[in-house]
Design a protein around this ligand. Sequence first.
Ligand code: GAR
Length: 219
Amino acid sequence: MPDKYLKLGILISGRGSDLQSVIDGIEKGEVAARISVVISNEPDALGLKRARRHHIPAIVVCHRDFTTRQAFEARLLEVLGEYGVGLVVLAGFMRLLTPFFLKEYPMKVINIHPALLPAFPGENVQQKAVDYGVRFAGCTVHFVDDGMDSGPIIAQAVVPVFSTDTGDVLADRILKQEHQIYPKVIHWIARGLVRVEGRRVHISGAGKDVESSLIEPVV
Ligand code: GAR
């Protein structure tokens, strides 16, 4: 009998709070998917413990154990295949995936990035946003292509940046929004509501607020 739930393979490198938000969304019945496996490229990642606490298989595939990137990715693919994964979810996974991996999951790999792409791709981006002096920051969920944080954008959430913010303070504010939008996007994909057309992503049933705007600072 076909499984009615989309099977997720979640790739992490560290703390796993985004992973936790997906686990919580599933447990609350808000995400029509199941996590088949969590894979970390870092053996000590806290996210592995979070997964095991919820009886989710949690596996280490450490990139340092492989002599080539392709061999590392081949092992990731092998594990994802063993667990029948239909959607690969990057949740603080700090390795770039190459076309060798991505061609096996075309438009079936998503990532969350703590910036309003295409501004601030790469690492340490909350601090970069503070240093640049932007008035708004946020997070982006996007399909993964072979560029750096460059694939089609599915959803974004915006937060204000205050002149007194540190990178860590801003990161915490953004993270709260990450935990809101990542489970939602996974649910939309699981329900078949997301369609990609070139760079543009359509979400069936999404509302529009044509008058919406944000101003910061508030005066
Ligand atoms: C999150 O802020 C996520 O957006 C970011 O790493 C953090 C992981 O936190 N991802 C990237 O920067 C990917 N380029 P977590 O381990 O607590 O989920």
